[in-house]
Ligand binder design. Structure first.
Ligand code: PEP
Length: 247
């Protein structure tokens, strides 16, 4: 079985100005080698500047969303082609903040994922249950449904990852028990196998939600955890490096 190369991706969300690039420089100065792969996903306004600043380093630059079309009359939107042109190599799609705040459905996330692949970007497709869904015993059904609905056929044979991010764990300081993470990751792996065959074994399944230097080792060494999507703790170089170095 192919073992995925782990990916640690930082999601800066709507944080960061030109001054914040210094934090990314500090990360890049410490990241050597090819495993884990490390990415920083700043706001779209910083993608070009950040990719210039990190040129020649091992740290990749990613985006946090894209439109599904390559161009058109979509005021305020940015296409995957534009993000690639600015220097992005990856893109986070279907984050719960976009699903909840902008009504993004699995079908739209699947279209965006196809758009990202068309532009040569590596999608990080986010899924995760709410606290009510977990309490109702629906976590596995919700997450596997999102995986089926959010990954288009174009994913077959391409580089991509899935990020399991329980909505209730994001920014809350709460995390599932390791056994709960392992249960969901195993279910996601089984769906990927079913949908895309053994080639998808190389796709890492990331965990996201309140990952910090203090809990990173336990989470990152859990079965089928192929890295992390990190929000708050990716904004400070020391914290992000603490997570990267926990692998
Ligand atoms: C996220 O929003 O993708 C995330 C994981 O946030 P945090 O690490 O802050 O919980």
């Amino acid at each position: 079985m192919t073992v995925p190369t782990p990916l640690i991706a930082g999601n800066w969300k709507m944080h960061g100005t030109a001054a914040t690039i210094d934090e990314a420089r500090k990360v890049a100065a410490q990241v050597k080698g090819t495993s884990p792969r490390v990415a920083i996903c700043p706001p779209a306004t910083l993608i070009h500047q950040l990719s210039e600043a990190l040129k020649g380093s091992a740290v990749l630059v990613g985006a946090q969303d894209c439109h599904c079309e390559s161009a058109g009359a979509y005021t305020g939107d940015v296409s995957a082609e534009m993000l690639a042109d600015a220097g992005a190599k990856l893109v986070i799609l279907g984050h719960s903040e976009r699903r909840a705040g902008y009504g993004e459905t699995d079908a739209l996330v699947a279209k965006k994922t196809a758009g990202a692949l068309r532009a040569g970007l590596e999608p990080i497709v986010c899924v995760g249950e709410t606290i009510d869904q977990r309490k109702a015993g629906e976590a596995l059904a919700v997450v596997t449904g999102q995986v089926r609905g959010s990954l288009p056929p174009e994913v077959a044979g391409q580089a991509f990852s899935v990020a399991y991010e329980p909505v209730w764990a994001i920014g809350s300081g709460l995390t599932p028990a390791v056994a709960e993470i392992e249960e969901v990751h195993a279910a996601i792996r089984a769906i990927l196998r079913e949908l895309f065959g053994a080639a998808s074994d190389s796709a890492p399944i990331l965990y996201g939600g309140s990952v910090k230097p203090s809990n990173a080792a336990e989470i990152l060494h859990a079965a089928e955890v192929g890295g992390a999507l990190v929000g708050g703790a990716s904004l400070k170089a020391d914290d992000f490096l603490g997570i990267i170095n926990a692998l």
